[in-house]
Each structure stands twice: as C-alpha cells, then as structure tokens.
Design a protein around this ligand. Sequence first.
Ligand SMILES: C[S@@+](CC[C@H](N)C(=O)[O-])C[C@H]1O[C@@H](n2cnc3c(N)ncnc32)[C@H](O)[C@@H]1O
Length: 242
Amino acid sequence: MDRSNAPTDLADAFDRAARRYDLLTGMNPGYHRHLDAAARRLADRLGTEPGLLLDLGCGSGSSTVALLRRLHPARLVGIDASAGMLAQARAKSWPDGVEFRQLPAERLGELDLPPADGAMAAYLLRNLDAADRDAALAGILAALRPGGRLVIQEYSVAGHRVAGLVWTLVCWLVVIPLSWLVRGSPGLYRYLWRSVQDFDSTATLRDRLHRAGFAEIEQFPVTGWQRGILHTVLARRPERAG
Ligand SMILES: C[S@@+](CC[C@H](N)C(=O)[O-])C[C@H]1O[C@@H](n2cnc3c(N)ncnc32)[C@H](O)[C@@H]1O
C-alpha cells in the first residue's frame, strides 16, 4: 500500500479490516489500558466536564470509549476517513451527545463545529504523509479553543534501534501472523509495521507541534513491552497567539 494514495487507498484498507479490527486490538495486551492512560492525562489537564471533545481517527470507537470513561463531555464528535470503521463505531451504544462524522482529519476545518476543549488523535498521525500531518495539526489547533488540549497516542521508533528491532520482531512474529489467523487483513498490519518504521521521531513530532503553534508540549512513556515504542504527547493551544 502506497501512502501517497492516502487517505482514499488507506480508508479502503481500513474499510476491509474494520470487521476484525476490535478482535485484533483486543489481542494486543495494553491497547485499551494505554488508551485509558492517554484519556486520563487529557482529563487531568482539562477537567472531567469539557464542552466539546474531538476524537480524530476514532476508528471503531475504542479511543472514544476511553475518552468517555475519563471525561463527561457535553458533546463528542468522532471523526474518521473510513466508512467501514465508522460503521463499527456507530453500531455500538453511545450516550447522548456522541456523534460520528466521515472526513479526513486534515480537512477538519470543513466541519462547522464550535471551539473544542480537547482532542485526541490515537494512532492517527502516522497514517498521514508529512504535509497532511502538518495540515492536520494546524487544523486541530484552529479547532481548539484557546487553552484547549490535544493528546496524541502514537508509535514512534525512529532513532532508537532497540525499539525498532522489538517492533519488527513483534510485528512479524505475532501481529502479522495473528492477522492471517483471524483473516483480519494482513496487508494492513504489514503497513502498520512499515508506517511505524517510517514515522517521525518523537523529537520531530514535538517540533511539528511547536511549529503548528502548540505550547506546553509534554511527552510520556507507556508501561509494559511497548515502553519506548508507544508514546503519549500532550500539547496546549496557547491562550494568545504567539
Ligand atoms: C489505528 S486506527 C485507530 C482507531 C482508534 N483511534 C483507536 O484508538 O482504536 C486509525 C484510524 O485512523 C483512520 N485514519 C487514517 N487516516 C485518516 C485520515 N487522514 N483522517 C481521518 N482518519 C484517518 C483510519 O480509518 C483508522 O480508523
């Protein structure tokens, strides 16, 4: 899969993988715990009762569930490019105020939404090419109210040989074989392996956030075998433009 064709090509791949997506993430030890930890960090900074929250690249809704466990927003909008993933999300039961929209995250500005208090982008940015990554971050900054917060959850191994090696071993010995076994679109999981290898270092990601206009950029490790591979990054839209 060539990422230069994203998001259409990638959205198709997620469409095909959607039915088995929750099954495979459920086999990933720590997947839901790490999403919960990221949502908790957002709640710590934002308070638990924000007005509007955005879940960018919400997929089948796992990150949405994590947000709703820690925060009680008046409104939550999940946004994803894949109709198939959104169908999985919409099939679940949600409290009032939760809705899902199909749109590439880098076109967030096309949605007519009031300023958001917070946003999560879990396992999203790696799927965008560098220019779209910058466009998405600029769009997220513009969608947040001054003082609003973004939490990013993403794999990054660039510049860390051991982390890159562990990532490769886990993907080729566990993740990709499991995706074959459950007929869960192995092509998407080969792409997962490669996209993480190709993704920004955490320093580059923090730099992107800074260039987009975010401040108070903080990075946290996760626990378990994914330590050094999976990262939580928090950032704030400044009260005043710098
Ligand atoms: C790895 S899944 C993560 C889903 C969810 N956030 C979670 O934590 O389980 C990545 C999601 O990003 C979506 N995605 C990829 N590129 C996108 C884009 N440019 N705009 C919006 N969504 C995108 C995919 O369709 C997929 O549902």
